[in-house]
Structure formats: C-alpha cells, structure tokens
Ligand binder design. Structure first.
Ligand SMILES: [Fe+2]
Length: 261
C-alpha cells in the first residue's frame, strides 16, 4: 500500500465524518469523541508498528485499519444515540457495510482489502479466532492493542471527571453502586478476561477494563500501560478491599513478568 492511497482514505474519512456533524450538541459531542479517538488510535498503531520494525507499506496498512476501525460508530450514534453495541448493533459489522456500500477500498488489492475488513471485524471481539493466517493475526492484534490502549487511557481520565458525559456516550451506563461482583475478581486472579454480561455496576466496569491487560499483545503496548499509570489510577477508584489489593498485585506481577522477557 502507498502513501497516496492512505492520504486519499484520510480525505474520504474527513468528508464522511462531516456528514454526521449534528446541530444537537449531544450527538455532535459523540461524533467528535470518536473522531478524536480515531486520530489517537492512528498515532498509537504507528508507534506499536514501529516498535515491531514494520516497513512503510505495512505501516500505511496498519494506519488504514486504525482510521477505519470505528467507521461504524458514526452511523451507530446518529441512528441509535448510543455506543452500546448490545443496545444497538455491532459497530464493526456496521462499519464494514459502510465501507462496502461506499466502495472506498476499491483502490486496494484484494489481499489488503481482506486484511482491512477482517481486522475491523475482529477488533471488538472478546477474543480473536484461533489459527488466523499470520498477516491477518498481526494486523488484528495491532488494532486491538492500539484501540485498547486509547480506551484504557480515556476510561482512566474519565474517572477524574465523573458524570460530565451524557449517558448515551458512556459505553456501560451502569449504576455507581457500592461493591463489585465477585466473578470479575475471580477472573482477574485467574488471569482471565472479564465478560460484559457479568458487569452490574461501575466498579465491575473498572475491573473489566483492568482485565484487558491480559489481552494486550505487544510489549510496547504493555510498557505504555505500565508507564501511564492506568492500573494504579483505576485500582485507586475501586473499594479498598484485600481482594482488590490482590488483583493489583497480580496485575503488577503479570506485567513485570511479560516486560522482563
Ligand atoms: Fe471499535
């Protein structure tokens, strides 16, 4: 893939998103939220890709995937006024339909088109399907890391400015009740991902976000998380129990082990 092709896609993206700009300030804020998220995920995927010494053509392709991974979010928010897939529809599949409808990927080779669409399709799955072809596995893991890095950072920052977003823009919309669900703590202590369906309150959401650490693929991404203090900041907002302290120590040990390799 070439630089001019990526530039053409960026121009298309900017025009496409402007179609969803809205007079309703709530809708507009949601559109801008995802536009800015996309920009940051593009920057992050380039940094992760560079840490793996990918060549320029692969970096263009990685950036294309980052640019388009959430393209379904814009239509989703205008149609349903929520980013919650369970209350609307799968935004990855919606995005792929938009890419097909507009024919924007026509200039790419079939292999590139396939890598872009499959990586988008897989970016929001709980876990990747097993035995993916090597290149698809690479690009799918790149977008999943870049996306998670940004969501973790946004989530952590949002803990400091509670309730400043309309409910529709909050993914979970869960009540801010005391305590947490034991099953999520169990998952974390067993080194497993938590499940959306187990979340009952905002503390559960914090635990689920922590469990994403186990699904980070590349050392560079994990070192970013270690250095930006997300884990400490999220744990600080959880109830101060022995269990939570154990979870914290478990995650610290896990990250130290992986980063030492
Ligand atoms: Fe997404």
């Amino acid at each position: 893939m070439q630089a001019e092709q990526l530039q053409a896609l960026k121009n298309w993206f900017n025009q496409y998103v402007k179609n969803f700009y809205h007079d309703d300030p709530n809708v507009q804020a949601g559109i801008r939220l995802k536009e800015e998220h996309t920009q940051r995920v593009c920057e992050k995927i380039l940094r992760i890709g560079s840490s793996l010494n990918l060549g320029p053509e692969d970096l263009y392709l990685a950036e294309t995937i980052a640019l388009l991974h959430d393209i379904g979010r814009f239509k989703q928010f205008v149609l349903y006024h929520t980013f919650n897939d369970r209350r609307s529809e799968n935004h990855a599949l919606l995005g792929i339909r938009e890419l097909e409808r507009t024919g924007v990927l026509a200039a790419l080779t079939e292999e590139e088109r396939n890598l872009v669409t499959r990586s988008i399709e897989y970016h929001n799955l709980c876990t990747l399907p097993p035995d993916l072809p090597e290149r698809l596995s690479l690009f799918a893991r790149l977008i999943r890391d870049a996306d998670k890095l940004d969501i973790l950072e946004m989530f952590t920052a949002s803990l400091d400015r509670k309730n400043d977003k309309p409910e529709a823009q909050q993914i979970s919309g869960l009540p801010d009740t005391p305590g947490y669900s034991p099953v999520l703590v169990r998952n974390l202590l067993q080194g497993q991902l938590c499940h959306y369906n187990d979340m009952k309150n905002s503390n559960d959401h914090k635990l689920l976000m922590l469990s994403w650490i186990y699904d980070i693929n590349f050392p560079y991404s994990l070192s970013e998380i270690a250095s930006n203090g997300c884990v400490e900041k999220i744990v600080a907002r959880l109830p101060k129990t022995e269990e939570v302290q154990k979870v914290y120590e478990h995650l610290q040990a896990y990250m130290a082990r992986r980063l030492a390799r």
